[in-house]
Design a protein around this ligand. Structure first.
Ligand code: DQQ
Length: 573
């Protein structure tokens, strides 16, 4: 490495000078480190997504306070402006968009500069109060690392872009005290507030008491004075810290979204928590009992022992998510943070870390038992060249190359019909019903798509279905296998899995994948199961990547429809 640095310096001295950027291959990590003329590291674009949201450089984690305001979408996000790693400089980055696809960066909305947030402006939410007043509630970290909830409002409401925000002199509005016994280092991430019939605003804040995870409920008449309710909205004895809770109504009729304060006979509620101990987002559907002010889930809660039975938005990388109600399109939109799979050293070299998933419209499935997620329709305007295929049988052992699109930047939809299901693999009753284990340990063939594959198949990521039979029914599992995704074995190469609640005897199995350089975001069963992964191939990059459909199992599989589009680049920050 030392000699490479010497070479770079030499090039600069030799007068390749100010405009020249030396590209130096770091053989160990297969990464290209880019040095500018003044030896500053500049972002490496090899793995940089082209249509996912990320800041121009450095670290990003949770989405904060997403909203639509006066015809403009706003996204705030946890951003470290100084480095590609997380630290106490965390501020609220801020970008705006007309279409949720192309984004324009603004100045940070909140930076750590007050005694109560000097060690970081952590996550929070926005509530739009009557008369179009957006209020930010966020967590501040004080010099003792204690966590408090604080309010910030736009400096100038006549600025449609809401560029500047001011923190209220009354802050902090909620804090741990000897009286309320709240855990001082586990009290964070206030939700969007909702208004009850009694005229009180309510908000929940994530917390923990020993092993017990809690959604502490606060109430307020004026948004300034908050009183902790006697009972939490919900809790679970053995679940650890609940980060970034989200609580919202969903309609029992159709895809339409509902504003956060709406309640009524055709409404169910969703409680989502981001479990610190597992780094996954889990949700429960249930009833919001407004007389007791508690949430009663239909199924068991978030207790650790049975967590693998609790539904997740995404069975890959997707954390600290947050929804907002988009009144213009009458939909609820979900944002979630996708972290890197690379080691920190590589993130520092590429000078950026963390992206947001493509925003997803979320609604309750007609069964009432699960949510459905689908990429917002606007992303389809990036679709360019299109190839399609109808009715193609994929015999066991077939690999079918899909040509004509840019395989490292594509949107692909495929549907399969499966016959001779009696040949499906038996689901052994002694196996734990954990789809991730089935995908990583019990996978004997499957059918689906191979993405970001190198010509000689030294690298590929496979996203596929497996069908198991039991004495009563068929069980469909969707897998996203990263184990062969990169020759760089320092990356996280975990295999992910999710059950897909479809009956292959009567329904087609559909898969949509958004491929974006290092992102593989997959939606199975028309949005019933989602798996997002991050991969960093060393050979299968840009036009050296390939896309295939495959059937590696014993079942008779027919592709009933395949559509693939090259995706254009979005303008992102
Ligand atoms: N990230 C924030 C916290 C939150 C965590 C800090 C979740 O507010 O609990 O950056 O990723």
């Amino acid at each position: 490495m030392a000699s490479l640095h010497l070479l770079a310096t030499l090039l600069l001295i030799l007068g390749y000078g100010r405009s020249v950027i030396a590209h130096i291959i770091d053989e160990a990590s297969h990464q290209t480190t880019h040095y500018s003329s003044n030896n500053m590291i500049i972002p490496n674009h090899t793995y940089r997504p082209s249509f996912h949201f990320l800041p121009s450089k450095n670290w990003m984690n949770d989405p904060n306070g997403p909203m639509r305001y006066k015809g403009m979408y706003h996204l705030f996000y946890q951003h470290n402006p100084k480095a590609a790693v997380w630290n106490t400089a965390i501020e609220w980055g801020h970008s705006i968009s007309k279409d949720l696809v192309n984004w324009f960066p603004l100045q940070p909305a909140l930076t750590p500069n007050q005694p109560y947030d000097i060690k970081g402006c952590w996550s929070g939410s926005i509530t739009i109060l009557p008369n179009q007043k957006p209020f930010i509630l966020y967590t501040g970290i004080d010099h003792n690392n204690h966590q408090t909830q604080n309010l910030a409002i736009p400096k100038n409401l006549s600025d449609p872009l809401l560029r500047e925000w001011v923190k209220l002199p009354n802050n902090p509005l909620m804090k741990p005290t000897l009286g309320n016994k709240i855990n001082v280092t586990s009290f964070r991430d206030p939700t969007t507030a909702w208004l009850g019939h009694d005229g009180f605003w309510r908000v929940i804040v994530g917390s923990q008491e020993n092993e017990k995870g809690i959604a502490i409920l606060y109430k307020s008449k004026d948004f300034l004075h908050w009183i902790k309710a006697k009972h939490p909205l919900n809790s679970a004895k053995k679940s650890g810290m609940w980060e970034c809770p989200d609580f919202y109504p969903v309609s029992t009729k159709g895809k339409i979204g509902i504003e956060t304060s709406v309640d009524g006979p055709q409404v169910r509620h969703v409680l989502k928590v981001s479990l610190y101990d597992t780094s996954h987002d889990y949700y429960l559907i249930g009833t919001y009992d407004t007389t007791k002010d508690v949430f009663v889930p239909d199924e068991k809660g978030f207790d650790k022992d049975e967590l693998y039975l609790v539904q997740r938005y995404d069975y890959g990388k997707f954390y600290a998510s947050k929804t907002f109600y988009d009144g213009a399109k009458k939909r609820r939109v979900l944002w979630g943070w996708i972290n890197e799979s690379s080691v920190q050293q590589d993130d520092e070299k590429k000078a950026w870390s963390g992206i947001q998933a493509i925003p997803r419209t979320v609604w309750l499935h007609e069964s009432g038992k699960q949510l459905i997620q689908w990429p917002i329709a606007e992303i389809e305007k990036l679709r360019g060249h299109h190839v399609k295929l109808h009715s193609k049988v994929l015999k066991p052992g077939t690999l079918l190359q899909v040509s004509g699109v840019t395989p490292a930047q594509a949107d692909v939809e495929i549907s399969f019909q499966v016959s001779k299901l009696e040949n499906a693999q038996e689901l052994n009753p002694s196996w734990k019903l954990d789809p991730q284990i089935l995908c990583s340990q019990k996978a004997k063939g499957g059918f689906g798509l191979l993405v970001l594959a190198s010509k000689g198949m030294q690298e590929y990521t496979s996203v596929f279905f497996m069908i198991f039979k039991t004495n009563k029914k068929y069980v469909v599992v969707m897998c996203s296998d990263q184990s062969r995704s990169s020759l760089n074995h320092k990356n996280d190469l975990t295999t992910y899995g999710a059950f897909v609640n479809v009956d292959p005897a009567h329904e087609e199995l559909s898969l949509r994948i958004l491929i974006d350089q290092s992102v593989v975001e997959s939606f199975g069963g028309k949005g019933k199961a989602c798996i997002t992964s991050r991969v960093y191939p060393t050979l299968a990059i840009n036009d050296k990547a390939h896309l295939h459909a495959f059937n590696n199992g014993t079942l008779h599989v027919k592709i009933t429809r395949l559509s693939a589009w090259s995706m254009k680049k979005a303008k992102v920050n």
